[in-house]
Design a protein around this ligand. Structure first.
Ligand code: ATP
Length: 272
């Protein structure tokens, strides 16, 4: 993720969606949070976020511009994760000016694609730049961790292994696929509900040294399928095309690795 200047006082950041190529739940912390080991990579589906510093007041104003879907569940006000991100930085750094934000929303919600977290990471980078705070990415990490477990990953630029609640990051150095087909059913899945459906009675899988079709894995797939059985039919249709589908995060989006771009585009068209 990087920030570029648009004209005189607007800044722009493209916030990518993510896929979980491996996700294992290693246990549960005393506070009820789950201990994860997951490999995430960004993909070329983006929300676009614009940021303008405002001198007249200290409010953080957000306009959401839905692209391709209504996004009725995306909060337009203070509950939006990116407004929380900007406000957090503003208070912590004693910033005495406000901000105007415009979010062009494309990443499906309740999909396991991390849209809200990615928006929040983009907002931290934009506020840092537009307000001239001069914080390094490492200095932004504690803010990211406070906002949500996936936000830290989006501050980085490469595939990463995320452990703990997701905030302990290391680069993933094994080979990963480069082309994917992603299928998002109309129905979404709420992360908390999927975890409620999860039983931790199986031995955890070790993290594979590389992630091809044979190694991609997600422990949350079984509970997600139990909550949304329709996913089974979508997966069957993907398998007919020779793909090996998995859910990403806690679903409901499905993805499959593809050998090349042409094959990925052809499969996507056949599934559409
Ligand atoms: P989760 O992080 O729970 O797995 P997800 O990655 O599937 O979710 P998100 O795009 O993060 O999907 O949206 C989850 C919920 O977060 C939305 O339904 C919405 O109510 C809320 N939300 C808050 N801020 C945002 C944002 N900037 N973009 C999208 N959703 C947001």
């Amino acid at each position: 993720m990087y920030v570029r200047q648009l004209g005189v006082d607007w800044f722009e950041c493209l916030a990518p969606a993510k896929l979980n190529l491996f996700l294992e739940v290693r246990g549960r912390f005393p506070d009820g949070y789950h201990e994860l080991e997951t490999v995430m990579c960004g993909i070329s589906l983006y929300d676009t976020l614009w940021f303008q510093s405002v001198q007249e007041h200290t409010n953080v104003e957000l306009e959401v511009v839905p692209v391709g879907a209504p996004f009725a569940d995306v909060p337009r006000g203070a509950d939006n994760l990116l407004v929380r991100a900007v406000t957090l930085l503003q208070r912590a750094q004693g910033v005495a000016v406000g901000a105007r934000l415009r979010l062009f929303k494309r990443i499906p919600t309740q999909a396991g694609m991390g849209g809200g977290s990615s928006d929040a990471a983009a907002a931290l980078l934009l506020a840092n730049q537009a307000w001239g705070l001069g914080l390094t990415r490492s200095q932004l990490l504690p803010f990211a961790a406070e906002l949500g477990s996936d936000v830290s990953f989006f501050l980085g630029d490469s595939p990463a292994v995320c452990r703990g609640r997701g905030e302990q990051l290391q680069p993933y150095l094994g080979a990963i696929p480069r082309q994917f087909v992603v299928v998002k059913p109309n129905e979404g899945l709420a992360t908390a509900e999927v975890y409620r459906e999860l039983s931790l009675d199986q031995p955890p899988r070790p993290l594979p040294a590389k992630l091809g079709d044979a190694q991609i894995f997600n422990r949350l797939q079984e509970p997600a399928l139990a909550l949304l059985p329709k996913l089974n039919q979508l997966m069957d249709r993907m398998r007919i095309l020779g793909l090996s589908p998995w859910i990403t995060g806690s679903g409901s989006a499905l993805f499959a690795a593809c050998a090349g771009r042409v094959r990925a585009l052809r499969s996507a068209n056949q599934l559409r």
